[in-house]
Design a protein around this ligand. Structure first.
Ligand SMILES: Nc1ncnc2c1ncn2[C@@H]1O[C@H](COP(=O)(O)OP(=O)(O)OP(=O)(O)O)[C@@H](O)[C@H]1O
Ligand SMILES: [Mg+2]
Length: 269
């Protein structure tokens, strides 16, 4: 079995050997007091791929994606988007650059309806002075667009976009958050445990959404503890252990058992 930090061509089905990663991180360090969250992590996301991140609890998966998406600022290291160094100070900076993220702790506004949640932070104003001066939002327009987005994405569990999100099930809330990321992520979509709270059918829909995004050319980073999901959806798998990248493998190069051994340290890369 082979494990490489620099992926071979075989590991990157959609990418040529000299392809620039869409997203690249080198030597990311993040500490919280005495706790080391990240201890010099490298990550590469290539065009057109689904990259899964796996690792035990506390391995640094969420911290890694927070640093990549502006929710945390790394103490050290560099992040490149399309080969250009970026310095995200806030999640809005990453969103403006085309990176949409669904964090493990969901950020939805429970009292707002589904359509408003989809457009949170990027509300569409009414045309003319009603919008530009009075800042009135175009509710009807947003609802119509929200319905279209959800249909395009094949999400069928959310029938009525005027329902407040607080009335939805946990899985449906998750679907709203994933739909928002999928609708607006123009360069990268990042999902931290998107299927953890979902039933079988909703999980299947999220995985299908990930495939749809990849097929549209948007690479996806997905964190999951669910090995069958990871092996079903991922082109490559970043194994995170003790704040570092322990290995990069593929569903063809390794079995699930071998992947778990790398995660826990029972096997070395
Ligand atoms: N805000 C914080 N303050 C203090 N320590 C933190 C903070 N965020 C993360 N950590 C610590 O950093 C390490 C990595 O945490 P992280 O949340 O990235 O793990 P994870 O791989 O996402 O785990 P899980 O699978 O449980 O979601 C852990 O030891 C954690 O306790
Ligand atoms: Mg986590």
């Amino acid at each position: 079995m082979t494990t490489t930090d620099t992926p071979s061509t075989e590991d990157r089905p959609a990418a040529a050997p000299d392809t620039t990663p869409v997203l690249r991180a080198r030597g990311l360090v993040k500490t919280y007091g005495h706790v080391v969250g990240l201890d010099g992590v490298d990550l590469d996301l290539f065009p057109g791929e689904v990259l899964a991140i796996i690792g035990d609890n506390g391995a640094g998966k969420s911290t890694l994606i927070k640093c990549l998406t502006g929710a945390e600022i790394p103490d050290q290291g560099e992040i490149l988007l399309d080969g250009e160094r970026v310095h995200f100070r806030r999640p809005q900076d990453a969103r403006a650059a085309g990176i949409e993220t669904v964090y493990q702790t969901l950020a939805v506004a429970p009292s707002l309806d589904i359509a408003s949640n989809l457009y949170l932070g990027r509300e569409v104003r009414r045309p003319g002075p009603l919008g530009s001066v009075l800042r009135l939002t175009d509710r009807a327009g947003m609802r119509e667009a929200a319905r279209r987005h959800l249909t395009d994405l094949g999400i069928s569990t959310l029938q009525d976009v005027t329902v407040p999100v607080e009335n939805l099930s946990g899985g449906q809330r998750q679907a709203v958050a994933v739909a928002r990321a999928a609708a607006f992520g123009s360069k990268v979509v990042v999902l931290d445990e998107p299927t953890a709270a979902l039933g079988v059918r909703e999980s299947g829909q999220v995985l299908q959404l990930v495939r749809t995004l990849r097929d549209k050319g948007v690479p996806v980073i997905i964190i999951s503890h669910n090995m069958p999901h990871v092996f079903e959806i991922a082109d490559r798998i970043h194994v995170q252990r003790l704040g570092r990248r322990a290995a990069t493998i593929t569903p063809r190069s390794h079995t699930m058992t071998e992947a778990v051994a790398l995660m826990t340290g029972a096997a070395e890369a």
